[in-house]
Write a protein that binds this ligand. Structure first.
Ligand code: GCU
Length: 434
């Protein structure tokens, strides 16, 4: 059923997206072996040529673009460019959701509507019905499809390939048994009663979470020619981040959404993605990388939990081929994850962790915030308002926020309460960007 179709005017494109291969980083950097070893987290305010950033404009015009190139070159691969077209089709609009408290809006986003291999994003929006005007939104990436978040049968089953541990899936495909399997962990009624919308989509819409690169965004961009789909120029996390950016393209046009209050959110691998997406796109006002760990919020140089070598071995597709050069030498990375957070400055970012989730290195995550703090302060933001890790259950709600709770690696309804408190705090006062 097509209730309404919105078509964007064709946008300027780096690569002719109907679609040629994505743009490469404009310059090459040295191999890992030729980079100096740095035992501590490199200072984001010092450029590759040793120059120390002295002004706001040097940060935004020189260092920020350089850091983006470095992350694309050595770690994530480039996030593909904005497509020429984004067609948004509302396939359902139900004002009786959550007992009439909310509207369920189902949207399909297509970048090449006539090409069956092109990625298609099923964006599920839940909007409070009582809203004084456009509302802030949590744009969240999910693991198992929109149907896992609510058992409402009107939500289409996700179409993508899902990893083996998906509840209610058969042969890696969602079935009706996969409906509502995560609904306890997504407190929808509470999110809307606090005045927020939720928009969510599944990572499998962009790229399957598996080493085989024959499916998904990069395969399509390469015209399904494996010779053009080169491992140094792709990474599944960057493909998922591209999905966040396309959802933002849509959300800024939705009159029910406040385009200045879009927050990205994700758990674990999806949290790594939520942070990367925010770092590279200033339309995203806030980021919630929950228990994101290695390759996200924990230092690559960290000695606790997952190492660069471990993540590259188990999930070789998440990062590009060059990142493997750092398996035994993370100290040669010319940046660490504090620089990814710094790319978000002065926008608020909350790192949330769990005591038993040592694999994601909660103490290292706090150090990452401490090492991003100088950039926030340089830009006039109060940064991180704590000099040591807080006790479990206490939210540090400064622009660089930190929270640790008892328990394991998971995203729960109680965690959402903390996200809502942090968002309340910062969406009242918007940081100014240049
Ligand atoms: C694994 C992986 C982590 C990742 C996590 C998840 O544990 O090692 O890096 O964050 O899966 O996404 O749940």
């Amino acid at each position: 059923m097509t209730a309404f179709t919105h078509r964007f005017a064709p946008l300027a494109l780096a690569a002719a997206c109907g679609c040629a291969s994505h743009s490469l980083p404009p310059r090459a950097f040295p191999d890992a072996a030729r980079l100096p070893a740095q035992a501590t987290l490199p200072d984001p305010l010092i450029k590759m040529d040793g120059h120390r950033i002295k002004s706001r404009s040097e940060w935004f015009r020189q260092r920020r673009p350089e850091l983006k190139e470095l992350f694309a070159y050595y770690m994530y691969g480039p996030i593909p460019p904005k497509p020429a077209q984004l067609k948004a089709t509302v396939t359902g609009e139900h004002r009786d959701f959550l007992g009439g408290q909310a509207t369920l809006r189902l949207i399909t986003l297509e970048v090449a509507p006539h090409d069956p291999q092109a990625p298609r994003i099923d964006l599920m929006m839940i909007l409070p019905n009582h809203r004084p005007g456009p509302v802030p939104v949590f744009l969240a990436l999910n693991f198992w499809g929109n149907q896992a978040i609510s058992s409402d049968p009107r939500i289409p089953l996700t179409r993508g390939w899902l990893r083996g541990n998906c509840r209610g899936c058969t042969n890696n495909v969602a079935t009706d048994a996969a409906r509502g399997t995560q609904s306890d962990d997504w407190p929808l009624a509470e999110i809307v009663s606090r005045g927020y919308a939720l928009a969510t989509f599944c990572n499998a819409d962009l790229d399957a979470d598996r080493p085989d690169a024959s499916l998904g965004l990069y395969a399509w961009l390469a015209g399904n020619d494996p010779r053009r789909n080169t491992p140094s120029d792709r990474g599944t996390i960057a493909a998922w981040a591209w999905g966040f950016h396309r959802c933002v393209d849509y959300l800024v046009t939705d009159r029910d959404i406040d385009a200045k209050r879009i927050a990205t959110l994700g758990h674990s691998r999806n949290g790594k993605t939520a942070l990367l997406a925010a770092a590279f796109d200033e339309r995203i006002a806030m980021a919630f990388p929950h228990q994101a760990g290695c390759g996200g919020t924990a230092p690559s140089r960290g000695k606790i939990g997952e190492s660069v070598k471990a993540i590259n071995t188990r999930f070789p597709h998440w990062f590009n081929a060059r990142f493997k050069q750092f398996n035994d030498a993370p100290e040669r990375l010319p940046f660490d994850q504090n620089a990814l957070v710094a790319l978000c400055a002065p926008r608020p970012v909350l790192f949330s962790a769990a005591e038993e989730d040592q694999w994601a290195n909660p103490a290292g995550q706090f150090e990452v915030l401490q090492a991003a703090d100088p950039v926030y302060r340089f830009l006039g933001s109060p940064g991180l308002a704590a000099t040591e890790m807080p006790p479990p259950g206490k939210l540090i709600a400064s622009p660089l926020g930190y929270y640790i709770r008892a328990g394991k690696h998971s995203m729960t309804a109680a965690d959402w309460r903390v996200f809502l408190d942090f968002a309340d705090q910062h969406f009242r006062r918007q940081p100014k960007l240049p």
